[in-house]
Design a protein around this ligand. Structure first.
Ligand code: M6R
Length: 610
């Protein structure tokens, strides 16, 4: 949620243009409102309004703003409605101070009241404004900007990062207190940002900040300090090998379609990673724990459910999937040093997951294994070890290739674990791993090719549908939930994903003539799913099937269009492939409904709030 970018430049006067260019790469983090504060000759020009960066740029000519330094912010609204007043950046009491934040201040209400009581002029209902006032307050006391920024962190509770400046001083300061922050050093510019994609247009020389650190940007250097005692840290820039162009659409109309189409390559890349030396450590961590959890949110949680089935089936090992926010209340008092939490997060910044990381590390002394996509994220740095998803950037808000990579990771680890613990015959483990490595990438491509047109046609028949179910059984439980989540997220339809045998325990009552129910299945389970299909058919519902072609299933599909047939493969590869037609169906339906699937309303890709 929210993206901040601060830049200090040596010679340029076109700071607005550079800030807009770099900030555009953070669009996935927030698109409720946008603002830029540009500083020229000790004067701050601050423009902001509601809308995406393109909309606000057009409205206020952000790109034309002059200056040699400044701060931009893209907002995903939490504290305060998405209004112009609540848009960021903010001034302090006067236009001397300017700044913007990402994250949430838990003591917002009390601190706001305290500041107002002390005479501060607070103009918005947004917690980010309080960060600037806190700096303003301590500057009053110390007359020193470095100290003011450092001390300001003491007043603010929560997980956040912010960037601030003083109109008549050449530096920009930023602190990381729980939300992500990365700095970069270019020729003639320095930059600090919530995420790497906005740094890369300027430089690949990056410095990752840790919690409790602050960075001071001058036009030629970034210096890192500890917030608590102000001590300077020796932090040299490292070269990021992330491709700056990876975050571009590459000819596709939307990032989502591009990312769906990248899944064959993702399969190859992630299996390459899993085949490396580090895998042994990941397997040992799983083996050495007596209690194992897969903790995740949203799509990552759905992949975790698929993972649970793989661990049971291939390794005879119980791994409990838990929604991030539920973990503490459900299991917090039962953890010990033999507990392993596999924390699954594309962004590696999701607050619900960070809370679990802190709980496990802090209280129980259990182990944490991150499964993470964003290199340089907090989860990557703070988990005991991490498995990289190897997906490159996933820009589109709906997760596609990262969900896919997570499922592949669990399938692979389960097979390897099964071989090590003797649950699986070594030849069977080798056979399955070999299948993953040699057949999955091509099968993934085949599934995209085979179901692309089908899903496009099916989507057209669903544009007037407002309500549907997506059901899975056994291995396809998580897949069906994921399909439903995609439809909800980017089509704004109510689509519930659930276990197909559970449907008759209540939800079946919703079925009337032509009510659509999507069934996702594998040949192993279709005999059971047919029972559930019959229950819907008997009430004249419309059954749509995702799975391999089987005569027995075809019998229950009224229109050819309602059978999304995936290529024939090993039954254990089915759960990996079945999600692809669901991703594409949601994509085409979203486009048919006139929605931009990359930026669904009300959402943000990185949720660093509780
Ligand atoms: O970055 P994370 O994997 O921790 O994100 C978790 C969810 O917010 C995320 O998967 C969300 O559900 C997706 N946008 C769904 O497509």
């Amino acid at each position: 949620m929210c993206g901040i970018t601060g830049i200090v430049s040596k010679d340029r006067d076109n700071i607005g243009e550079v800030l807009v260019r770099c900030s555009r790469k953070l669009t996935y983090r927030g698109y409720d409102s946008v603002g830029v504060a540009a500083v020229r000759n000790g004067q701050v020009d601050l423009r902001k309004d509601v809308g995406t960066i393109d909309v606000v740029d057009k409205l206020l000519n952000l790109s034309g703003m002059k200056g040699d330094r400044g701060i931009a912010q893209l907002r995903w609204a939490t504290y305060g409605a998405p209004t112009k007043a609540n848009a960021q950046p903010h001034y302090g009491c006067t236009a001397d101070f300017y700044g913007a934040h990402n994250g949430n201040l838990h003591n917002y209400a009390e601190y706001r009241a305290e500041l107002i009581e002390a005479g501060h002029i607070v103009r918005s209902e947004n917690d980010g404004e309080l960060c600037v006032h806190a700096v303003d307050k301590y500057y009053e006391e110390t007359g020193d900007m470095f100290e003011a920024v450092r001390l300001s962190t003491r007043d603010l509770k929560g997980a956040f990062a912010y960037a601030v400046g003083k109109a008549d001083e050449p530096e920009i300061y930023a602190v990381k207190m729980g939300s992500s922050l990365v700095a970069g050093v270019a020729e003639g510019d320095t930059i600090v940002s919530s995420d790497l994609p906005s740094v890369l247009p300027l430089t690949s020389r990056v410095v990752y900040l840790q919690d409790g650190e602050m960075v001071v940007l001058t036009h030629d250097d970034v210096k890192v300090y500890r917030v608590d005692d102000g001590k300077q840290l020796d932090r040299q820039p490292e070269i990021s090998n992330v491709d700056a162009h990876a975050a571009e659409k590459g000819g596709y109309p939307h990032f989502m379609l591009k990312e769906i189409n990248e899944q064959p390559t993702v399969a190859q890349d992630v299996l390459g990673v899993l085949n490396g030396r580090e895998c042994d450590n990941w397997l040992r961590m799983i083996e050495d724990s007596s209690r194992k959890y897969l903790v995740a949110c949203g799509s990552s949680y759905n992949a975790g459910i698929v993972g649970t089935y793989f661990f049971n089936r291939l390794a005879g090992v119980s791994v409990v999937p838990v929604i991030g926010g539920q973990f503490g209340p459900m299991y917090g008092n039962t953890l010990d040093e033999d507990t392993l939490c596999m924390l699954v997060s594309q962004s590696g910044e999701t607050k619900d997951i960070m809370n679990v990381l802190n709980l496990v590390k802090g209280i129980s002394k259990g182990k944490t294994l991150g499964v993470v996509n964003v290199i340089g994220s907090t989860l990557m740095f703070q988990a005991d070890d991490y498995v990289p998803m190897a997906c490159g950037y996933e820009v589109s808000v709906p997760a596609t290739k990262t969900y896919f990579s997570q499922s592949v990771i669990f399938a692979y680890l389960a097979a390897k674990l099964g071989e090590r613990n003797g649950f699986l015959d070594p030849s069977e483990s080798k056979r399955f791993v070999n299948l993953l490595e040699t057949e999955l990438p091509a099968l993934t491509q085949k599934t995209i090719d085979k179901t692309g047109i089908l899903t496009k046609n099916l989507a057209r028949t669903l544009v007037d549908v407002k309500d549907l179910y997506c059901l899975g059984y056994g291995f396809t439980d998580g897949v069906a939930r994921e399909g439903a989540l995609k439809i909800k997220e980017i089509c704004y339809n109510h689509c519930e994903g659930m276990y197909s045998s559970e449907f008759k325990h209540g939800p079946l009552s919703i079925v009337t003539e032509d009510y659509p129910v999507i069934f996702v299945t594998t040949p192993e389970d279709s005999w059971m799913v047919i029972n559930h299909i019959n229950e819907v058919k008997a009430r004249h519902g419309r059954t749509i099937v995702v799975g391999e072609f089987e005569d027995s299933l075809n019998h229950y599909v009224d229109n050819k269009i309602d059978y999304l047939v995936v290529p024939r493969s090993d039954p254990l590869l089915n759960p990996l492939l079945d999600v692809i037609p669901l991703q594409m169906l949601s994509y085409y339906l979203s486009v048919d409904l006139g929605i931009n699937p990359d930026l669904p309303r009300n959402l943000s890709k990185t949720l660093t709030v509780d």
